[in-house]
Design a protein around this ligand. Sequence first.
Ligand SMILES: [Zn+2]
Length: 441
Amino acid sequence: MLRWIRAARSRPRHDDAGPRPGALTPCSRANARDRWSFALSRERMIMNDHRRLGRELGIFDTDPLIGSGLPYWLPAGAALRKAVEDYVHELERRNGYRHVNSPVLGKRELYERSGHWAHYAEDMFPPMNVGGEEFVLRPSLCPHHAIVYRSHQRSHRDLPLRLAELGGMYRSEPSGVLGGLSRVRAIQLNDGHVFCPPEHAAAEVSAALDLIGQAHARLGVGAVRYRLSLRGEGGKYVDDPAMWARSEALLREVLAGRGQDYDEEPGEGAFYGPKIDIQITDPAGRESTLSTVQVDLYQPARFDLTYVSPEGPRRPVMVHRSVVGGLERLAAHLIEVHAGAFPAWLAPVQAVVLPLSDAELPAAAELLRRCLAAGLRAELAPADRGSLGARIRAHRLVPYQLVVGPREAAAGGASVRLRDGGQAGDVPVERLAAEARPFVG
Ligand SMILES: [Zn+2]
């Protein structure tokens, strides 16, 4: 690995070095104490607010004609989102998940069967009547995955069956609580369900927590605490005390076995079971759940899921897990944590080609073509857009700035300048592309 890139990667992340308000002006030399005091100030809250940065960086926007809580992704946001999607898909593939795709709506009867209709209807959009049948925008992917499970007869040899999907789901949130990307009505959820024998459920929960930790480290997510979310009072929760006792004991056992600190919170569980929620905060200190692992002994019974075992038919446990949560909330967090200076593998534009003058334009265009062919998200900023200094400032968040002068043009290369002002010299674009991938090897 290139030494200069290793040095850049070893820079402390936001979550262990404190907030990075200076990241928008990478040349600033504020010391750590200044940064901490700044972190406490209102300016930081405004500076890093993902709604302001998201618009400034061309990541997302909203329009009253589309509606509240229905943001759309602009090109830079779509590039960022695709990088996350590809990374998570690959992480899951390497960890034994099989990906499926299912529709974003289903018949009302599906949600009556899953229990959503009885316990969760107030968070769902009202049904649409089509030809005498009622369809509902799905409030979760679980029922579809239960149907995928039962589409084939399963044997104990097939388990664990780990299904994953990046799919749309919808919540009928009141307009007063909606904001930017962090609270929306249409969610692209990184979801997954592991169907396994009861005696393997603890190990699957623990493996899901490992996966979450791995993804958080790679993305730079700064989790603030683990929460064991339990059932509360009232009819929102399935009334089966023995079932809740079993699933809560299982989650407690996993957390204790991992030596993981956590807070218990009654009234935050899913209607069908308890959850381990991994909490994040925004610059204003508001907390929300990003990743979650849940144990469900309810829906397998509702859908009569079984598998064949030497002892006869048995009921699997369903472990629900989301490694990075909804992509909207994740993007809001990443925008705020990195203040727009995303790691190279996530950056919407990874490389910008900067010819010194018009004379180097043909060589720069050829270099751009090679960057794109190597897999980099790259663009060209020709000399008619201003002085080299002005163009570098305009692209200050781009990790690799490839300056092409007469010497570089003649050699078919570029002088690579890093986002923090460091010089890397003449580095082949193929090596830059290799360094800008989320997985090494
Ligand atoms: Zn689920």
